[in-house]
Design a protein around this ligand. Structure first.
Ligand code: C2E
Ligand code: CA
Ligand code: CA
Length: 624
């Protein structure tokens, strides 16, 4: 049942009380009218009270309707009702019959929200009202010996407990049930019916205090759905909500088995279970992943989700609920990074790493449009020394973090969804520089730009590339996109159509870090590749391992056979350069020729080497 449903039934309750109150006020008025008419001394006061008595039900009803908890509001009103009765009784100088009638008419109002405790409070309020009344009007009991008084009192004394107390009891039970429902609801997540975050933390705290940590452990299991965002984005929030409700139904069994489970926020859930051994936690986590990976069918569409799970353990990782949760969260991030659908246990290096990561991501987001720089590393013909092209490499200097290497911020940008924006920013700067060099130096520099596979997946990617080409009037074949081999291998299917469009446009594609993918090379056929870049690790090991040279010569032979261009990366010595040239790889990139250079440095480098690296040619031949 939702909060709204209980609130609505609370309002119906208030409406019922309103009717009883109106009835009570009317009855009170009818009974006191003869006194008003007969006793001039009290007429004015009684009329004032009568007006208040008439106004009060309406006022109380308005207040109750506006209140978040109408039932509670009515309980407070009950107190005022009783005060009222006390004052009126005092005003009437305790005339037995009218006094009893007034008290009873108010009691009729009260019983609707009554119960033992509220009744007790109302008696106190009654007494207070009487005292206030005596203070205002003085006290004397009149007509104490009215002959019919005992006759009236006796049946009332019998009937009251029989009839009214029974009603009061029933009403108070309903009230107690309503209050309980409201309390339960305030502890639950409105959408899924699982515990909400606040209640979960409080209960986990209680569980930890009760647990000795020796014979039993408490595992905190952080579950994050994989691919939920895609479903939410493509099918809309309503469908997303239904998916969440379905999946949380599957998580419910954790609480059925005595554990705690809450919706922590968005598509995150946290469970806490008491276990005898850590191994039990792995079993539970595996079951959760299995349950979350079962298809969900929404309006006939079968959806495939999954979950990544991180686990922290009490007392090993912390004895405090909040930090156990944040550690399980850190472990979950690691699990996601390792590959979705996996489980990872927390270890203390993670927290540090994830704190740094969030900080970097936060600052990077702000830096992309203003602080991001691009440096250029020349690729040269190692025989003639001619400049073949440059590779654009992102550079970021942050005032707080200092120089952050791309090897650190690029994976974070990929993980945090910033890579699309970052990649386009780099491409824009690089294209602008190509256009600038053409205008100033009348030279067309070939530009290689690193592209993450996540960028290729974006539907707007090709349009963005076309737009840059048009804006900066760049010859498409001047542009080369480098995609790492390992990323390509996982995405051959997806990449195919994008690569075909790029080929149609005339934009070149290179496989970066070639040789690190440990795979069959069929993708080279499947995708339209123009060039491969031999990974720098092979060049580094050229003379240090027995297999180094055979691997590189095999790669060169293969590239030649497939008429693919080839470039060697990370060339640091003349010996490496000479070996590569003599084995058929003429293009090289590496510190031997130049480090990556800031644009103005690169321009100076170009001017200083108008005919290419003449020095290089001499070096290459003199050492051979
Ligand atoms: P990468 O694409 O393999 O880039 C080559 C890296 O090797 C660069 O590191 C470069 O400075 C370094 N390097 C060049 N010559 C030598 C050498 O002779 N010896 C050694 N030891 N290293 C050499 P950097 O700039 O730190 O970039 C690291 C990686 O970050 C790049 O590897 C690339 O994967 C990624 N990256 C850089 N900029 C971007 C970008 O704009 N977009 C994307 N998606 N990735 C980028
Ligand atoms: Ca590269
Ligand atoms: Ca590389």
């Amino acid at each position: 049942m939702s909060t709204a449903v209980v609130h609505r039934s609370g309002l119906r309750f208030a409406a019922g009380i309103y009717r009883v109150r109106v009835f009570g006020a009317t009855a009170g008025l009818v009974c006191t009218t003869p006194i008003m008419l007969s006793d001039r001394a009290v007429t004015f006061l009684l009329m004032t009270f009568a007006a208040a008595l008439l106004a009060w039900p309406h006022l109380a009803y308005v207040i109750a309707r506006r209140s978040m908890h109408p039932v509670n509001a009515e309980r407070r009103h009950l107190f005022i009702d009783s005060m009222f009765a006390g004052v009126i009784v005092a005003l009437l100088n305790f005339r037995l019959v009218p006094s009893t009638i007034v008290l009873l008419s108010v009691a009729m109002n009260s019983i609707a929200v009554g119960g033992m405790r509220p009744m007790l409070f109302c008696c106190i309020a009654n007494a207070l009202g009487v005292l206030v009344g005596i203070g205002l009007f003085g006290s004397h009991i009149t007509n104490a010996n009215e002959p019919y008084s005992t006759l009236v009192m006796l049946p009332l004394m019998v009937l009251y407990p029989l009839l009214i107390a029974r009603f009061a009891h029933m009403a108070s039970e309903r009230l107690a049930e309503k209050t309980r429902q409201l309390k339960v609801l305030s502890e639950l997540d409105a959408l899924t019916g699982l515990l909400n975050r606040t209640t979960f933390i409080a209960r986990l705290d209680r569980l930890l205090r009760a647990c000795d940590g020796e014979t039993t452990n408490v595992g905190v299991i952080f579950v994050d759905l994989d691919n939920f965002k895609t479903i939410n984005d493509s099918l809309g929030h309503k469908a997303g909500d239904r998916v969440l409700t379905r999946l949380s139904g599957r998580l419910m069994q954790i609480s059925e088995q005595g554990g705690l489970i809450c919706r922590y926020g968005g598509d995150e859930f946290v469970a806490a279970v008491q276990v005898a051994s850590i191994n039990d936690l792995s079993i539970i986590a595996a079951r959760i992943i299995r349950d979350m990976s079962r298809d969900v069918s929404i309006d006939g569409t079968r959806l495939k989700l999954g979950a990544s799970v991180g686990i922290s353990v009490f007392p090993e990782h912390s004895s405090d609920a909040a930090s156990l949760i944040s550690r399980a969260d850190a472990a979950m991030y690691r699990a996601k990074h390792r590959g979705k659908g996996t489980t990872t246990f927390y270890d203390e290096h993670m927290e540090h790493a994830s704190a740094i990561k969030y900080r970097i991501a936060r600052r990077l987001r702000a830096a992309i449009q203003k602080d991001l720089k691009v440096h250029y590393q020349p690729q040269v013909d190692m025989v003639s020394g001619r400049l073949i092209g440059v590779e654009a490499l992102a550079r970021w200097y942050d005032t707080e973090l200092g120089h952050v290497p791309p090897g650190l911020f690029i994976p974070i940008a990929e993980e945090m969804g910033l890579i699309g924006e970052l990649g386009m920013a780099v491409m824009r700067i690089a294209c602008a520089d190509v256009a600038r060099w053409r205008a100033i130096y009348d030279t067309s520099v070939k530009m290689s730009i690193n592209v993450s596979v996540l960028q290729l997946r974006r539907p707007e990617f090709l349009d963005d590339v076309c737009e840059l080409i048009a804006q900066f009037k760049i010859e498409p074949s001047q542009l080369e996109l480098e995609v790492t081999e390992s990323a390509l291998l996982d995405n051959v299917g997806e990449a195919r159509s994008t690569f075909e469009r790029l080929a149609q446009l005339g934009v070149r594609v290179a496989v970066d870090d070639f040789g690190t993918g440990y795979s069959n090379l069929s993708y080279l056929h499947a995708l339209r590749i123009d060039r491969i870049k031999i990974d720098q690790s092979f060049i580094r090991e050229l003379f240090t391992t027995t297999t180094g040279q055979s691997i590189v010569s095999a790669v060169i032979a293969m590239a030649n056979a497939m008429t693919l261009d080839i470039v060697a990366e990370g060339v640091e010595t003349w010996a490496q350069a000479r070996w590569l040239v003599s084995h058929g790889c003429v293009t090289g990139q590496g510190y031997r020729f130049s480090h990556p250079l800031a644009p103005e440095e690169f321009e100076r480098w170009m001017i200083a080497n108008p005919a290419g690296l003449s020095l290089l040619v001499t070096e290459c031949s003199s050492h051979s």
